[in-house]
Design a protein around this ligand. Sequence first.
Ligand SMILES: NC(=O)c1ccc[n+]([C@@H]2O[C@H](COP(=O)([O-])OP(=O)(O)OC[C@H]3O[C@@H](n4cnc5c(N)ncnc54)[C@H](O)[C@@H]3O)[C@@H](O)[C@H]2O)c1
Length: 369
Amino acid sequence: MLIGVPKEIKNHEYRVGLIPGNVRQLVVHGHQVIVQKDAGTAIGLSDDLYVAAGATIIDNAEEIFAKADMIVKVKEPQPQECRMLRPGQILFTYLHLAPDPEQTKLLQESGAICIAYETVTDRNGGLPLLAPMSEVAGRMSIQAGAHCLEKSYGGIGILLGGVPGTPPAKVAIIGGGVVGTNAARMAMGLEAHVTVLDKSLDRLRVLDQQFGRRLNTVYANVDTIEQAVLEADLVIGAVLVPGAEAPKLVSRDLVGRMKKGAVLVDVAIDQGGCFETSHATTHADPTYVVDGVIHYCVANMPGAVARTSTFALNNATAPFVLALADKGWVQALSDDVHLRNGLNVAKGKLTHPAIAHLGPVVSPESVIG
Ligand SMILES: NC(=O)c1ccc[n+]([C@@H]2O[C@H](COP(=O)([O-])OP(=O)(O)OC[C@H]3O[C@@H](n4cnc5c(N)ncnc54)[C@H](O)[C@@H]3O)[C@@H](O)[C@H]2O)c1
C-alpha cells in the first residue's frame, strides 16, 4: 500500500502522523511511504530521518493526497484537505465530527473511508487512541500548575514539594481516570500533598492499590469537593462523563472562597470544563484570573509537548496503521470490531452512532459489504 503523511496545517500543530520508526515498520512490511517535506522538522524529525527509514519526501500536500491509498494524520482535515480526499482513499486521524457538521459534509462528499482515532475502542471499553493524549495532559497539568503557582505568574508562591521544614503544596485532583492518575503520579513525584476525588469507588480502589499511603483517595460529592478545593493550592479538573458535557463541580461562589493565588487547571475544558469560571484558553495566552484564582484552561495541552505527544500517539496507532496497510480497510475492519468502531464516514455515508444528529447513520458492516 502507498501511505501518505502530509504536514499538519492547523495553527500551531507540530505533531506528525507517522514517526520514522513506524515508517520503517511499514517499509519492512512491503509498503511505500511518502512524507511531506518538513512534516516533522519542528519536533526534531528531519526529512533525513524519514529517508533513512525508507520514506520518499514529497514537496507538497496535493501530490501526497493525489497518490496515497491511505492518509495518516493527527488533526481533523481542514476544508482544503477534505477537498483533496478521493473516493475509496483511507483517512486515519482524529476527526471529532460530532460538533463539526461542515467537516462531516465534506468527508461525505469525498467518498473516502474516514476512520477516527477517537472512536477506536479496546477490549476493556477504553479509547486506546485517546488515552495517550490524556496521559500527556495529566502529566502536563502538574507542570503547568506548578508554574502558575510561582509569583511571576500571579500564583501564591508555593513550591509543590516544599523543602525540609516547610509544608508541601496541597493538590486536589477531581476525577481519577487517565488524566487524574497521571496528574497524581507527577504531583506525588514532586512530593506535593495529593488528594484524588472520584465518584467511582472502583477507580478509588485501583488508585489506592497502586499508590498506597502516598495518595489520599476521597469519594467525590458536593461536601468533599468543597473541602478539598478550599484547602488546595492547586486543583486539577479531570472528570469525564462520556458523550456529555463536563459537570460543573466547582461553582463561582466556591472559587471566590478559595485561597488568593491558588491555581485551577481545567483539563476537562475540551468538554466544557468542570469549574463554573472556566473558559478555553490557548498556549499563546494560557491563563486568566477570577477572584484572585489563576485559571489555566488550554483545550489542546498535548500540542505544547508535540514531540512526546507524537511518539505517544504513534505507539498507540501503529498496530492499526499496520493492519490497515497489510489487509486493506475491508479486511482490517472485518477482522477487528475495535478498529471498525473507528469508522465514522465511508463512501459518503455516516457510520457511527455518535454523529446520528448530523444525518442518517448506516452500520459499518453495510458499507464493508
Ligand atoms: N485539555 C486537554 O488538552 C485534554 C487532553 C486530554 C484529555 N482531556 C480531557 O480530560 C478529561 C478527562 O479525561 P480522562 O481520559 O481522564 O477520562 P477518564 O474517563 O479516564 O476519567 C474520568 C474520571 O472522571 C470521573 N468522574 C466523572 N464524573 C465525576 C464526578 N461528578 N465527580 C468526580 N469524578 C467524576 C470518572 O469516574 C472517571 O474516573 C476529559 O474531558 C478529556 O476530554 C483534555
